[in-house]
Design a protein around this ligand. Structure first.
Ligand code: C2E
Ligand code: C2E
Ligand code: C2E
Length: 91
């Protein structure tokens, strides 16, 4: 349903996220922590989030969803071909 992420799941790399400076990545890190708590999912190296959540995060960061996606790739929090981040991509 989302134009931005219609074909790729958003999979956050939690190790990369944890190593970023808090002043930049803080809101995203808090958002991811909240989702982990809601799911009781604390053991993963990655966290799949909803496309809808990217829109909410874009508002928080005062960017378009596309701009935020580019920023997340720069930060190494998601990969450019997002399916490859967990190695189960494929056609
Ligand atoms: P909810 O939205 O009422 O979802 C209830 C349950 O339905 C979830 O329990 C999960 O088992 C399943 N579910 C709902 N949507 C999806 C989906 O897109 N994919 C998958 N795989 N399962 C889905 P769970 O995981 O224990 O989450 C409990 C509550 O925590 C959710 O209730 C929701 O309010 C919140 N939550 C969890 N993860 C996210 C997230 O990534 N984004 C947002 N916005 N809320 C989340
Ligand atoms: P896995 O846990 O062995 O899951 C393999 C595949 O089974 C997942 O591929 C997904 O297609 C399906 N699957 C597993 N659990 C669920 C579930 O609760 N709901 C639904 N709808 N499908 C499920 P996927 O999504 O490509 O993930 C590949 C691997 O990446 C997973 O292997 C897991 O190790 C990791 N992963 C991805 N997202 C998360 C996450 O949000 N939390 C954690 N802890 N690990 C994740
Ligand atoms: P989406 O909403 O963009 O969610 C993308 C992925 O984030 C899901 O892939 C799942 O790995 C994770 N996720 C999202 N919400 C939750 C949640 O509440 N709990 C957990 N444990 N994981 C969550 P998945 O499962 O392969 O689902 C792909 C798409 O299918 C979702 O994209 C959504 O559009 C739809 N979907 C799956 N389950 C549900 C559901 O229970 N309710 C609704 N409304 N849509 C669902």
């Amino acid at each position: 349903s989302s134009a931005v992420t219609s074909s790729s799941k958003i999979v956050l790399n939690l190790e990369s996220l944890g190593s970023l400076p808090a002043d930049e990545a803080g809101p995203l890190a808090r958002y991811a922590s909240t989702i982990q708590a809601q799911r009781h999912d604390y053991n993963g190296k990655v966290l799949s989030i909803r496309a809808e959540d990217l829109k909410s995060l874009a508002i928080i960061y005062d960017m378009s969803p596309d701009e935020l996606t580019s920023r997340l790739i720069e930060w190494g929090v998601i990969s450019a071909g997002m399916d490859s981040v967990v190695g189960f991509g494929g056609p």
